[in-house]
Design a binder for this molecule. Structure first.
Ligand SMILES: Cc1ncc(COP(=O)(O)O)c(C=O)c1O
Length: 414
């Protein structure tokens, strides 16, 4: 029997909580990943695709007008929105499809929330001529309709999931079910740093290009490291990709920003790291939102990609160790940050990214002039225009309703 070199644990988190049918596939994936991650041929091939297909390296951009608006620390953006397909998700999908081809897997499945991972997977499947099925919650299909159209255009079959809250958790459960049935010829490209080992570290290894590039670019441009690195956290792949390069730099604060939805006190949020407790979800032990009986709680966020009740096990470890801090931003503050960044910088952020921008603005004000904040700008917001417009309409109608009592006082009859 092969020796398991990596036990897949991050402190007390991680592991492999899966049905027996998947154990052999995960053991094989673990061994293959250990072999290829240092393999010169694999790395050269990946680097070539990153350069020619993804458009790497992405720039680090000084957001001068956002900086001036907040009037404090300088704000820089690591522009993952400039990756082909518009988000960091392609870094992971590309690496895993190259790996799947090496493993002789001919069918690809994926789950998606915001649709960015689904689009990235459909894109690499088109590029390499592989059939692709993407599982997506029915609610997410509604709010991220643009990405559903993109996936279909790219030749993927989008399988709607109506169970549960019809969001990312339910899509992930359905994708795991498919994998259990079709594991012989199918590779499951998980879209975040979650799931059973070796997925969390494999996704981190494929996303760490973000932080490796950003650290070097920031040092080149600024001659020193930032005081804080800020990234939004759904499952945690863009954040862990950004943080990894900075973990040894004790003077750099690492801040993960989760979705506080309608407010942590309302229970309608998705702050797994900040408000969760240890438990098992989708094959690994991590911090998850659950009730006292261990039932996973429903989540809410205006950003589909953050609307997930757990967080990757490495984040759970970083939180426990105190090396990274996890905060949460409400929907309305993310929407404000979306509008601010669009108006001031001419860059439309994804609603997920807008959570990181909202917190980065607060932090810049707190740190004051002389401080430095680097944000992982995880993706662009074309997919969210519809949601933002609907929210504005709702706010306007809400505003009109607020005025009704005033009108009533003034005019009498209603
Ligand atoms: C643009 C963007 N940012 C962030 C996320 C959150 O995912 P993760 O925490 O894995 O980076 C998503 C998820 O779909 C996304 O589309």
């Amino acid at each position: 029997m092969a020796i398991d070199i990596d036990d897949g644990m991050f402190g007390g988190f991680g592991g492999r909580y899966v049905p027996e049918t998947l154990m052999a596939a995960l053991t094989e994936l673990n061994e293959v990943w250990d072999a290829v991650r240092e393999d010169a041929g694999f790395r050269t091939e990946l680097r070539r695709h990153q350069r020619e297909f993804v458009g790497r390296p992405t720039p680090v951009y000084p957001a001068e007008r956002l900086t001036a608006h907040h009037g404090g620390a300088t704000i820089h953006l690591k522009r993952e929105d400039l990756c082909h397909t518009g988000a960091h998700k392609l870094n992971n999908a590309l690496g895993q499809v190259v790996l799947a081809r090496r493993m002789g897997k001919r069918r690809i499945i994926a789950e998606t929330g915001a649709g960015q991972h689904g689009v990235a997977t459909a894109t690499v499947c088109a590029r390499f001529g592989l059939p692709c099925v993407v599982y997506m919650g029915a609610e997410d299909m509604r709010r991220q309709e643009v990405n559903v159209r993109r996936m279909r255009m790219l030749g993927a079959h989008v399988h709607g999931v109506a169970s549960g809250t019809a969001t990312l958790k339910d899509a992930t459960s359905e994708a795991i079910r498919d994998w259990v049935t079709n594991v012989a010829d199918t590779h499951y490209i998980i879209g975040s740093a979650v799931g059973p080992a070796p997925y969390p570290r494999m996704v981190r290894d494929l996303q760490r290009v973000i932080g490796d590039e950003a650290r070097e670019q920031y040092l080149d441009a600024e001659g020193r490291l930032p005081d804080a690195v800020v990234a939004c956290v759904g499952g945690g792949s863009n954040a862990i990709g950004m943080f990894t390069a900075f973990v040894p730099d004790a003077e750099v604060a690492l801040v993960g920003v989760e979705a506080a939805g309608e407010g942590l006190a309302t229970g309608r949020h998705a702050a797994g790291a900040g408000a969760g407790t240890p438990g098992v979800l989708h094959g690994s032990r991590s911090l998850i939102l659950q009730d006292s009986g261990g039932r996973v709680l429903p989540t809410h966020s205006v950003a589909a990609g953050l609307d997930y009740p757990g967080v990757g096990p490495e984040h759970a470890m970083l939180a426990e160790e105190g090396r990274a801090t996890y905060v949460a931003v409400e929907d309305h503050r993310a929407l404000d940050a979306f509008r601010r960044c669009t108006a001031l910088e001419g860059i439309i952020p994804a609603l997920e990214t807008s959570h990181a921008l909202a917190y980065a603005g607060d932090l810049a004000e707190r740190l004051g002039p002389g401080g430095r904040v680097l944000v992982c700008f995880s993706g662009r917001g074309d997919k969210d225009l519809h949601t933002v417009e609907n929210e504005r309409q709702a706010e306007e109608e809400g505003g009109a309703m607020d005025q009704e009592p005033v009108a009533a006082l003034a005019g009498g009859a209603r």
